[in-house]
Each structure stands twice: as structure tokens, then as C-alpha cells.
Design a binder for this molecule. Structure first.
Ligand code: HEM
Length: 527
């Protein structure tokens, strides 16, 4: 047979296989009846393609608008956008385990809570840290003191910066603040990071490098080997051995801290997570291995760091774009029972008053609705063949699973629940009647939902409220039209933590009280 004939045969064979695949996907596959783009029925690589360009979240949102509450994203992968289906897959009675996507978060060879897949195993793991993260444990003066200190350090730093230059990259500083808070909680004061004040510290470099890692992670999750090769090649070409090394550096840094805590018990304060885990016992009464303790702590650092930094950044960005809401929060805080101290002398209202201030709460909520901070890949596995909205999904075999998840962006933008869903309207949380509020709550899930609800929610909410209260009392802020921070650059990327495209958020600050430069809010804001 000639080479010509051989290649013709090969092409015919490939075309035949492709045609067979299309016929199977559209007419025979167990997913043929699930609404969604045709290409998504045929190949998973259409979703992977969007994932690689960091726009998978936006694409899925677009498909939901076109096809409804149930959308096939890839063969065996289905996205939902309704409250009832969310309850079904994330509620404790639904018993849907996590998908293999979470294997990406295994560390030190251990499986910490976030990537524990099995429902029963998760219940067991949760018992070890559940009480630690409850408001009854966290909202005590001794536990909150480091957070207050970090708020005050942040404000001092911001005042200094603003004296020199009114525009500040808030993502950078919010990163420092959230890192100092979570490391203080997990390691205690002797071992925590001090990135807000220590401008030369190693941790600052790790956090800066982390943004790059986040952008490359989707490539790594989809094609781990190709990612390794590309990383090595780029590192060589740039002559930069630290390229994309922030994750390994954080992993080593964390292990050093854990070992240091265990070899210097005087540095390990009671009340820190490292202390609690070091004293925990396995079901056989044995202490846990160091790798397990380190994994559990690193898991918490991952979960707490970028999410809080981004929640703060987007809250500030939305307030900068809607300055009237800053004035309303400021007036609310100054009128609080403990708000007298918040007036001229620079103090902050009490913790309880800040935590229950409704306008502050509404502005933060609205920001996390419009700009949810996680990727929406809270994937679960269909445990037994069943119908979701009358659409039957097969359970799948051990190697092939049917994966379901709720698109946080889509459910947060349901037009039937959130009027004018794309607009920043904090008043929706303040003025809604009971039925509307209930409907909005059931479609609001920035911290996840149900059995695997974010464990650090109480800690995160306190971090966010205290800092936003502190900033708004001290400063008025607005967009800097001369900077690269624009609506377009603040669009969220489809990374694990949905980062702004521009990877920074420059805002312009002016003092509203105290200090030589204090001026009227917003009067100074014409850039
Ligand atoms: C605004 C900040 C935060 C956001 C938006 C957020 C969001 C989330 C979401 C959506 C999940 C569920 C993931 C899933 O269902 O697959 C989750 C889980 C988790 N979060 Fe957070 N989180 C935040 C802050 C924190 C903080 C500060 C901590 C620790 C102090 C933390 C610790 C955890 C842990 C341990 C889990 C796993 C819980 C489990 O599987 O049982 N998070 N978070």
C-alpha cells in the first residue's frame, strides 16, 4: 500500500471515529437529554478550553442564561443554578461526596478537611476543628485582640502611604492583613507573620508570587505534566528559579512554623490551631503525625488567605464606585451606641456594634453577591442515579463519575430573585420584605452551602467588617481614573479564587478625620 493510500485510510478512520463519537454523544449517551451547548455534549475539551483562558465561570453563566437551571458543561459534568437543586446536592441529607477535582489540594501526602471527599470521613474530620471555628470560641476578647491590632496596623500603614501618595493598591494590603490574621489564629502571636509592618519579610514575596501561581493553576489542574514542563522552560528562559514557586515556598514555610511550634512549646499558645491539633488524638489514642497537622494548617491558610483579601478588595472597590454608601456606613457607625469613641478621637465602635450594623452588613453582602470569591467548582458526585428538575443523571461507575455543582455567579444573578441583578444595590438587603429576603438568602452562597459550609465564615466576616469599618471611618475613597484599575480590569478571572483581571486594585484615599491632611469626604476626590 502506498503512503498516500495509508494516510487516506488513517484520515478516514479518524473521521469515522469522530463521527461515531458525535453520534454517540448526541443520540445515545446518558447525558444526551441534558440541556446545554452541543459541543459540551461531545467533548470535555470545550469547557477545558474556557478553563485555560480563565473564563469558565463566565461561560457557564452565559449557558445558564440560555439553557436554564440545568446545563451540561461537559460529558458527565452538570451545572445548576437554582436554590432547590443547590439544597439537594450540598445539603447533608443529599449525601453527595466531593469530586476528584479536590485531589488538587492534597498536601504533604495528606488529605485535610477541604479535600476529604467521602461524606462519612468528612463528618469525622469536621469534629476535630468545628468547635474551634464557631463564633462562641472566636468572638472572645483574647481571640479577637490580634485582629484589632492588625486593623490598627493596617490603618496606620495606610495613613503613612496616603500622606505620600493618595493612590494605594488595596489588594496588596488586604493580602497582608488577611495573612497576618490567619497566621495569628493558627500559630499564635509568637510564630505568626507580620507582613503589614515588616516590608522586607519573606512572606511578602510569597504573597506577591501567589497571584502568578493562581493564574497558572487551571493549566496545572488540567494538564499537570505540561504545566511542569512549561514552568521549567519559562523559569530557565527568564533565568528566574523562583518562577511559580510561591506554593512550594509557602508549603516549606508552613512546615517550618509547625516544627518550630512543636520543638518550642513555649511559643505554642493555648487557643491556637497548632496547639489544638498537636494535642488531638487519633481514634486509636495516638498523636497525629506532623505531616497531618501541617496539612490541616496549610489547608486553612489556603482557604482563608486570598478569599478574605478579595472579599475586602471587592467591598472597597464597590464602595469606591458608589461613594454615597460610604457616607451611609460612616453615619451609621458614628451613630452607634459605642460610636462616640469613633468620632473625633480615632477609636472604633465596639465589636458587637460593628458586627450588627445593618448598612455595613448590606454593603458587604451585596459585594460578595456581585463578586463571589470562589471559582464555583464546588463539585459533588451524583451518588445514585436520580432526577434533578426531572432530568435524570446517572450515578456513573468508579472511574467515570457524574459531577454536579452550583454556579455561584449564576445563582447570585437570578433575575427572578435579585431585581436588577447586575447592579450594586445594598438597599435590597435592607428594604426587602420577609418573603423576598428568604428567597434571596436561599440563592446567596458566597461561603458555600450546607454540610460543607465554609468553616472559617465567622472569622472571615469579623475580619471583613472590622477593617471596612476602620477604613470608612478614617478615609473616603474613590476610583483613580489615572490608574490601570478599571471596570474591565476588575472583572473576575475564573481562577480557584476569582481574582481581578488586573491583579491589583488602585483606589484613591483622602482622610476624613484626624491628622493634618483631614478633609471633607469626596470633596477631595476629583482626580
Ligand atoms: C470571604 C472569605 C471566604 C470565602 C468566600 C470562603 C468560601 C468558602 C467556600 C465557598 C467553601 C466551600 C467549598 C466547597 O463546598 O467545596 C469554603 C470551605 C472552607 N473554608 Fe472558607 N471561605 C472564606 C474564608 C475562610 C476562612 C477565613 C477560613 C479559615 C479560617 C476558611 C476555611 C474553610 C475551610 C476549612 C473549608 C472546608 C470546610 C469543609 O469542607 O467542611 N474559609 N470556604
Amino acid at each position: 500500500m502506498t503512503l498516500y493510500a495509508l494516510s487516506g485510510l488513517l484520515i478516514a478512520l479518524l473521521l469515522g471515529l469522530a463521527a461515531g463519537r458525535v453520534v454517540y454523544a448526541l443520540f445515545l449517551s446518558p447525558y444526551k437529554h441534558v440541556p446545554g451547548p452541543r459541543l459540551c455534549k461531545i467533548t470535555r475539551y470545550w469547557a477545558v478550553y474556557h478553563d485555560m483562558w480563565l473564563r469558565r465561570i463566565d461561560k457557564i453563566h452565559e449557558w445558564h442564561r440560555k439553557y436554564g437551571d440545568v446545563v451540561l458543561v461537559a460529558p458527565g459534568e452538570v451545572s445548576f443554578s437554582s436554590a432547590a437543586l443547590t439544597r439537594e446536592i450540598y445539603g447533608s441529607t443529599g449525601r453527595h461526596p466531593k469530586s476528584k477535582y479536590f485531589d488538587n489540594f492534597v498536601m504533604y501526602g495528606q488529605r485535610p478537611i477541604f479535600c476529604t471527599l467521602d461524606v462519612r470521613a468528612h463528618r469525622h474530620v469536621l469534629k476535630r476543628t468545628f468547635a474551634f471555628y464557631q463564633p462562641t470560641s472566636l468572638y472572645k476578647p483574647a481571640m479577637l485582640q490580634p485582629m484589632w491590632t492588625n486593623v490598627s496596623k493596617f490603618l496606620d500603614q495606610l495613613k503613612k502611604e496616603v500622606e505620600v501618595r493618595p493612590t494605594v493598591d488595596v489588594l496588596l494590603y488586604c493580602n497582608f492583613y488577611s495573612f497576618d490574621n490567619i497566621t495569628s489564629l493558627v500559630y499564635g502571636p509568637a510564630l505568626c507573620a507580620r507582613t503589614i509592618e515588616d516590608t522586607e519579610c519573606e512572606e511578602r514575596a510569597i504573597l506577591e508570587g501567589w497571584k502568578e501561581v493562581e493564574v497558572w493553576n487551571n493549566f496545572s489542574y488540567n494538564f499537570p505534566l505540561a504545566h511542569k514542563v512549561t514552568r521549567a522552560a519559562l523559569s530557565y528562559a527568564r533565568n528566574d528559579p523562583t518562577f511559580l514557586s510561591a506554593e512550594e515556598r509557602l508549603t516549606d514555610w508552613n512546615m517550618e512554623k509547625v516544627l518550630s511550634a512543636r520543638t518550642n512549646p513555649d511559643k505554642m499558645v493555648a487557643g491556637s490551631l497548632v496547639h489544638q491539633l498537636s494535642n488531638a488524638k487519633t481514634p486509636d489514642g495516638e498523636p497525629y503525625p506532623v505531616s497531618w497537622i501541617a496539612a490541616e494548617i496549610l489547608d486553612n491558610l489556603h482557604a482563608a488567605q486570598t478569599t478574605v483579601a478579595l472579599a475586602l478588595t471587592y467591598t472597597l472597590w464597590n464602595l469606591a464606585c458608589h461613594t454615597a454608601w460610604q457616607d451611609r456606613i460612616r453615619a451609621e457607625l458614628l451613630a452607634l451606641p459605642s460610636g462616640a469613641g469613633a468620632g473625633a478621637d480615632g477609636g472604633l465602635p465596639s465589636f458587637d456594634d460593628i458586627m450588627t450594623a445593618p448598612i455595613l452588613d448590606a454593603c458587604i453582602r451585596e459585594s460578595s453577591r456581585l463578586n463571589p470569591l470562589s471559582s464555583g467548582r464546588a463539585e459533588r458526585v451524583v451518588p445514585a442515579t436520580k432526577a434533578y428538575n426531572n432530568i435524570v443523571l446517572p450515578a456513573g461507575q468508579s472511574a467515570i463519575q457524574t459531577i454536579v455543582s452550583t454556579s455561584t455567579v449564576s445563582i447570585h444573578h437570578r433575575p427572578d430573585v435579585f431585581a436588577d441583578a447586575h447592579a450594586y444595590r445594598p438597599e435590597r438587603w435592607l428594604e426587602a420584605d420577609e418573603a423576598t429576603l428568604r428567597a434571596m438568602e436561599s440563592c446567596y452562597m458566597p461561603f458555600g452551602y450546607g454540610a460543607r459550609l465554609c468553616l472559617g465564615k465567622a472569622f472571615a466576616v469579623a475580619e471583613i467588617k472590622l477593617l471596612i469599618a476602620g477604613i470608612v471611618l478614617e478615609f473616603a475613597l474613590c476610583e483613580d481614573t489615572q490608574s490601570t484599575t478599571t471596570d474591565r480590569n476588575m472583572e473576575q478571572l475564573g481562577t480557584q479564587n476569582a481574582m481581578p483581571r488586573g491583579r491589583r486594585c488602585d483606589l484613591r484615599f483622602g482622610r476624613v478625620r484626624g491628622g493634618a491632611s483631614a478633609q471633607q469626604p469626596h470633596a477631595i476626590m476629583t482626580v
